[in-house]
Design a protein around this ligand. Structure first.
Ligand code: G6P
Length: 472
């Protein structure tokens, strides 16, 4: 039977060594949380890095066996590969460039070479397990060269690629020394998907300018194949979030949380620690809000959950210091014996506790400087059991295209963010209900299952069209 082989840098679980042997933990980020619940259908498999280095040879088989039970296959990476390919090229070159932080980008030939080698390593793994009628679905910026590498080895196989982060404008993308190779790498796919039409436009424009291939109506002609490019805004597993939020267990957790917070108004922010998420800008806006509206002192608490991420990368280390200092400054200025304006957590939470936070938050403050989609805002909406709540959302998140009933802000405009906070905290309940109901319906309808089906159907259609052209 034809299978889907999902390929991403990171598996949806991380393996950790503990005293009692190896344990699985869920991985962070939109890709893993978004797709984690759908890949197990049929005989599908997921290939990716299990998040740990092998310390002894005997561990290899152990990891393979454990993962196999969950339909996963590991690609093991060495410490040097993680340093150069993952921390280096993926997260110090591509990530900043694609999020419009080119001033942070490092251009290092060794990183590029490691990136190429690791993409080849992933390709070898795929070639070992794939049957000719399988569909290979490659995900995200760590594996941009993989579509063409797989195409060279398996010329007729169906390959889809989806990028979970933005694709920058041609003027930004062209700054990369390896820009042409990257585009050529992607063009090995039959279908290339992004979250928004703007990303599609930027990608097609880069291909026209840098590779010189003709493109029209989202189809790029490579000479021997047509490559389709389109927007597929990713959704969440709505039922999973809604059912958990409605569970008795979560209601009980919420009650305990509310008592501890003395039933104050809650503004919630949840992100990985990343400069693309606009965490310092958000804190500064909250600080200014407290300065301008003293009547909210002791009445509102910002719960800020920051999940550790890429902590070996310099810019992330610097950001951690900045966030720690800002939180210290705000709490130092305004806190009272019984009130901390910012409750800052630098760790992840179990799913049900996160759900309780979503349930109890009067306002979700989602203000990235740039985000491919952002699923946190969708998770908030799915968890609004009583139909109230306000979403403040950055225009720079892909999700803003779908969730226009949110209070949309520019994260560089601190005064606008302050105004949005005031508007959100004083919003009449009926206004809240109208906006939440409409956005919730969108998130429910365009959920993760809808997204997977849409992408897969389009991929099958693209392949069919190509085959028709070959046989006529
Ligand atoms: C974003 C990326 C994912 C990545 C995740 C977590 O959501 O799009 O590809 O897996 O961040 O980052 P990490 O570097 O820990 O895998």
């Amino acid at each position: 039977m034809a299978r889907k082989i999902i390929v991403s840098n990171r598996l949806p679980v991380k393996i950790k060594r503990t005293e009692n042997g190896m344990t699985f933990e869920p991985s962070e980020g939109g890709l893993a949380t978004g797709l984690g619940s759908v890949y197990k259908e049929g005989d599908n498999i997921w290939i990716g890095w299990p998040g740990l280095y092998l310390e002894e040879e005997s561990e290899e088989q152990q990891v393979i066996t454990e993962l196999q039970k969950e339909s996963m296959q590991p690609v093991f990476l060495t410490e040097t590969e993680i340093k150069e390919y993952y921390e280096g090229f993926s997260n110090e070159t591509l990530w900043p460039t694609f999020h419009y932080f080119s001033q942070f980008a490092v251009y290092e030939q060794d990183y590029w070479e490691a990136y190429l080698r690791v993409n080849q390593k992933f390709c070898e793994r795929i070639v070992k397990v794939a049957n000719p009628d399988d569909t290979i679905w490659i995900h995200d910026y760590q594996l941009l060269l993989l579509p063409s590498l797989v195409r060279e080895s398996l010329p007729d196989i169906t390959i889809g690629f989806f990028q979970h982060i933005p694709f920058p404008s041609y003027e930004v993308f062209r700054m990369l020394p390896w820009r042409k190779q990257i585009l050529q790498g992607l063009l090995g796919a039959d279908l290339i998907g992004f979250h928004t039409y703007d990303d599609v436009r930027h990608f097609v424009s880069s291909v026209i300018h840098l590779v010189g291939l003709p493109a029209s109506n989202g189809v790029i002609e490579t000479g021997n194949r047509s490559v389709m490019v389109d927007a597929f805004p990713m959704g969440i597993d709505f039922d999973k979030y809604a059912d958990t939020a409605h569970s008795e267990k979560v209601a009980e957790i919420e009650k305990t949380f509310e008592e501890a917070l003395r039933y104050r108004k809650i503004v919630l922010s949840i992100d990985r620690l990343d400069y693309s998420k606009g965490i310092p800008q958000r804190l500064r806006a909250f600080e200014l809000f407290l300065k301008q509206y003293p009547e909210f002192h002791e009445q509102v608490t910002l719960i800020m959950i920051v999940v550790p991420s890429r902590d070996q990368v310099e810019k992330y280390k610097e950001l951690k210091v900045e966030v720690d200092e800002l939180v210290g400054r705000i709490n130092g200025l305004y806190r009272t014996l019984s009130w901390a304006p910012v409750q800052y957590y630098y760790h992840s939470f179990p799913f049900e506790e996160l759900s309780a936070f979503y349930r109890m938050a009067h306002v979700a403050l989602v203000t990235p400087m740039r985000d491919g989609m952002n699923l946190v805002c969708k998770e908030y909406l799915a968890s609004r059991t009583d139909g109230t709540g306000v979403l403040i959302l950055s225009e720079m998140a892909g999700a803003a295209k779908e969730l226009s009933e949110a209070i949309l802000i520019n994260p560089n405009d601190v005064n606008q963010m302050v105004g949005a906070l005031y508007q959100a905290l004083t919003a009449p309940e009926d206004t809240q209900r109208v906006a939440i109901a409409s956005m919730m319906a969108t998130v429910q309808q365009y959920n993760i299952h809808h997204w997977v089906k849409l992408f897969m159907d389009r991929l099958a259609y693209t392949k069919e069209k190509q085959n028709e052209l070959i046989t006529t």
